[in-house]
Design a binder for this molecule. Structure first.
Ligand SMILES: Cc1cc2nc3c(=O)[nH]c(=O)nc-3n(C[C@H](O)[C@H](O)[C@H](O)COP(=O)(O)OP(=O)(O)OC[C@H]3O[C@@H](n4cnc5c(N)ncnc54)[C@H](O)[C@@H]3O)c2cc1C
Length: 315
């Protein structure tokens, strides 16, 4: 018996599931894909509120996630480390609105420097899943056709959390949800430890994120583009831009390439209770549309989902 069903096992579904367990709920996760085959598993993934400007909820979500991931890194949760970052500026900027969330944020000539949590997603998703299973959570592999079918799948659940990312476009009938395609390349790490971001590179957004065994090089942000096939010309362009910024990367062996669809949404992520709900009086809480910042917003949103789900079990 579970009292909450979470639909989706990406970063949003799993963080919601774990937070709900921490508040005394028994949780079943239903997912079409294994966590290792979600969009989340592809994320670079560093704390940064990519393309969320103007959404007044984001600073709180991102700040709470920063603190949670920093605490997890300090206690050795697999896959999370603090990552020094250099952000190249190609024009004058005001102090960014997200700086209050980043304790060591510093402005210098032509760049910002700061330290943020960096998450190695395949490792981290596995550790979240272990944590969920150890606390008694159950994971069911099943692709649902309609949200209204979910209450029949898991006996007793009074709340369903819809954390289906891009699929919420059809499942929740929300045309504001759309893909923002991102292509990335993994190369052997020549010994880098610092992330470099160049959001204003004239040839396209560029980032270099070292991990334990490789370096993730990016990227693209292509709203409305559904194609997940890797484009070789884009890979070549990413490699050239990154080597221009960090010459040690020139000639680094390419280990893998991938393209993923960020679950973007006009108006920002939808984190709210559905006004109608599901058959049988089951409460429906939406948590989707986090675009290029799902990892960055995950724990803050999960806190809000717990509140929307009714707070602590038995409260
Ligand atoms: C190249 C790239 C780089 C990125 N870099 C960063 C970064 O540095 N920092 C950052 O914060 N974010 C980054 N992101 C964004 C981040 O990956 C997303 O915001 C995040 O993964 C969204 O998570 P999610 O759980 O909502 O969706 P998903 O990971 O897509 O998970 C959706 C879940 O719903 C399930 N599902 C869907 N339909 C159904 C159905 N019908 N029935 C049952 N289950 C269903 C799926 O199986 C899956 O388990 C990046 C994304 C990309 C592509």
């Amino acid at each position: 018996m579970s009292d909450v069903t979470v639909l989706g096992a990406g970063i949003i579904g799993l963080t919601c599931a774990v937070r709900l367990q921490e508040h005394g709920h028994t949780v079943t996760v239903v997912t079409a894909d294994e966590p290792g085959h979600t969009v989340s598993s592809l994320a670079a993934a560093v704390w940064y509120p990519t393309r969320t400007d103007g959404d007044p909820r984001v600073l709180s979500w991102a700040g709470r996630t920063f603190d949670e991931l920093t605490a997890q890194a300090a206690r050795g949760v697999p896959g999370v480390v603090p990552r020094p970052t250099r952000m190249i500026l190609r024009r004058p900027h005001e102090t960014p609105w997200w700086a209050p969330a980043v304790p060591d944020f510093a402005e210098g000539p032509g760049e910002w420097r700061f330290t943020v949590p960096s998450v190695e997603m395949p490792v981290y998703l596995r550790s979240l899943l272990d944590r969920f299973g150890t606390a008694g959570g159950r994971l069911v592999r099943h692709r649902v056709e309609r949200l209204a079918d979910v209450p029949r799948l898991v006996a007793g659940a009074r709340v369903v959390v819809n954390a289906t990312g891009l699929a919420a476009r059809d499942l929740a009938g929300d045309p504001a949800v759309h893909p923002a395609r991102g292509q990335i390349v993994g190369v052997a790490n020549p010994g880098l430890v610092t992330s470099v971001r160049d959001e204003e590179h004239p040839a396209g957004m560029t980032y270099i994120h070292p991990r334990s065994r490789d370096v993730v090089l990016g990227g693209t942000f292509q709203p409305g583009e559904w194609d997940t096939a890797v484009d070789p010309a884009t890979t070549a362009a990413i490699l050239a831009r990154c080597a221009e910024l960090v010459p040690e990367l020139a000639g680094a062996p390419v280990l893998w390439q991938a393209a993923g669809l960020r679950p973007a949404r006009h108006g920002g992520a939808r984190v709210e209770a559905d006004p109608v709900g599901l058959p049988g009086g089951v409460r429906l809480v939406h948590a989707y549309g986090h675009g290029g910042a799902g990892v960055t917003l995950s724990w803050g949103c999960a806190d809000d989902v717990v509140t929307l789900a009714g707070g602590a079990a038995g409260a």
